[in-house]
Design a protein. Structure first.
Length: 125
């Protein structure tokens, strides 16, 4: 077996509307409703499915809870512009910019928190 890429990941969230607002308004993702009213965030060829805490879809993570994720998003937008846009949305930087080692080599990253406290790394190669 050879794994090629991620298709989607799942975030367990405390407030679906607040999460969708953050990821669409601040990070430019597209909101999608699928299946029987399920919510997701789409960008590139990936998506983030959303589970409302206490109302998760099966199967789910063994310890699904808001604020337990830590993931990296790659952008082609210059990091200075990313920082400016985050500031315009009153989203404080947690860390950065800092040099990091990603799946494809060296990158520079900034870190922010989403409404549930998940750590979101935004990186530029």
């Amino acid at each position: 077996m050879r794994i090629d890429r991620f298709d989607h990941l799942v975030l367990t969230v405390a407030d679906l509307d607040r999460t969708v607002d953050f990821y669409t308004r601040v990070l430019g993702m597209r909101a999608e409703t699928f299946g029987e009213g399920r919510r997701a965030l789409v960008f590139g060829r990936q998506k983030v499915n959303l589970h409302l805490a206490g109302h998760e879809f099966e199967p789910k993570a063994a310890a699904a809870a808001p604020g337990t994720a830590d993931f990296c998003l790659v952008t082609e937008t210059p990091l200075a512009q990313v920082q400016q846009e985050l500031a315009e949305h009153d989203v404080p930087l947690e860390v950065g910019p800092v040099p990091k080692e990603g799946a494809l080599g060296r990158m520079r990253s900034v870190y922010v928190r989403d409404p549930d406290g998940n750590l979101v790394e935004i990186a530029v190669y």
